[in-house]
Ligand binder design. Structure first.
Ligand SMILES: [Fe+2]
Length: 240
């Protein structure tokens, strides 16, 4: 049996990533996937990126927050987000990233794919044909059918919506692990998924586990970052 640890939308929340590491032992997996958005909203982008940099099993892609951080580092103007508190978080991240982690972020692709046990798996932040698209469990099935039609992948692993789901549409598996580090649904626990494959049979399981939220709060306070994010991490709700 092959195993894939599916992580995404970590948003620099290293305490949550460590809690998952302690819970599942990533070394026992064949691959560790990250669906993008390694950075912004918590104060541990360096620790988070280093964790993936040092893994020889990671399949890592860029998300929209990572792309914006790279844009700032290139000296380009940032049109979005417009909200002041959000911009503070983007600029704080770009000012605090270590050069080796900037280099790693720059090396990441927008999407990726790999094979295990003859199962071809695609990894996207948005979707196969639109990196900015956000799919939810309630997105009309016709959209999933369109993506499944002619898909070279048996499994699409996607992020961006911060909402965990698993669907099989027209024989294609669609998985979102939810967000490791920035929850939207009022449950402050971290979210991830595990894919198990044997003899081309696929099983997906979602997990929600507690992590030391106060470590994230401490990081935000120490760096005098906007209070709204303290509240966001404690409540597990999207507040802006
Ligand atoms: Fe995200």
């Amino acid at each position: 049996m092959k195993k894939v640890l599916i992580l995404g939308d970590i948003h620099a929340n290293y305490p949550a990533l460590k809690a998952i590491q302690n819970y599942v032992r990533p070394n026992s997996f064949d691959r560790v996937v990250n669906t993008g958005d390694l950075t912004v909203y918590s104060t541990f982008p360096n620790e988070t990126i280093k964790w993936f940099r040092e893994s020889n099993k990671s399949v890592c892609i860029l998300g929209n927050t990572d792309k914006r951080v790279l844009r700032i580092l290139k000296g380009k103007k940032l049109k979005k987000p417009r909200k002041r508190e959000k911009r503070v978080m983007y600029f704080w991240t770009s000012e605090n990233l270590l050069p080796e982690n900037v280099k790693y972020l720059r090396s990441l692709p927008k999407h990726s794919d790999f094979k295990i046990d003859n199962i071809h798996i695609g990894v996207f932040h948005g979707t196969f044909d639109d990196e900015n698209e956000t799919l939810f469990p309630g997105t009309p099935e016709s959209r999933f059918r369109k993506l499944a039609k002619g898909s070279p992948f048996q499994v699409h692993i996607m992020g961006h919506s911060h909402v965990p789901y698993y669907k099989i549409v027209s024989g294609v598996h669609f998985v979102n692990p939810g967000s490791v580090g920035r929850m939207f649904d009022g449950d402050p626990r971290t979210s991830f998924a595990i894919l198990k494959a044997s003899s081309e049979r696929i099983k997906i399981e979602h997990f929600r586990i507690p992590y030391p939220v106060e470590e994230v709060i401490k990081g935000l306070k120490k760096n005098r970052l906007p209070d709204i994010y303290t509240k966001m991490y404690r409540t597990g709700k999207k507040l802006n």
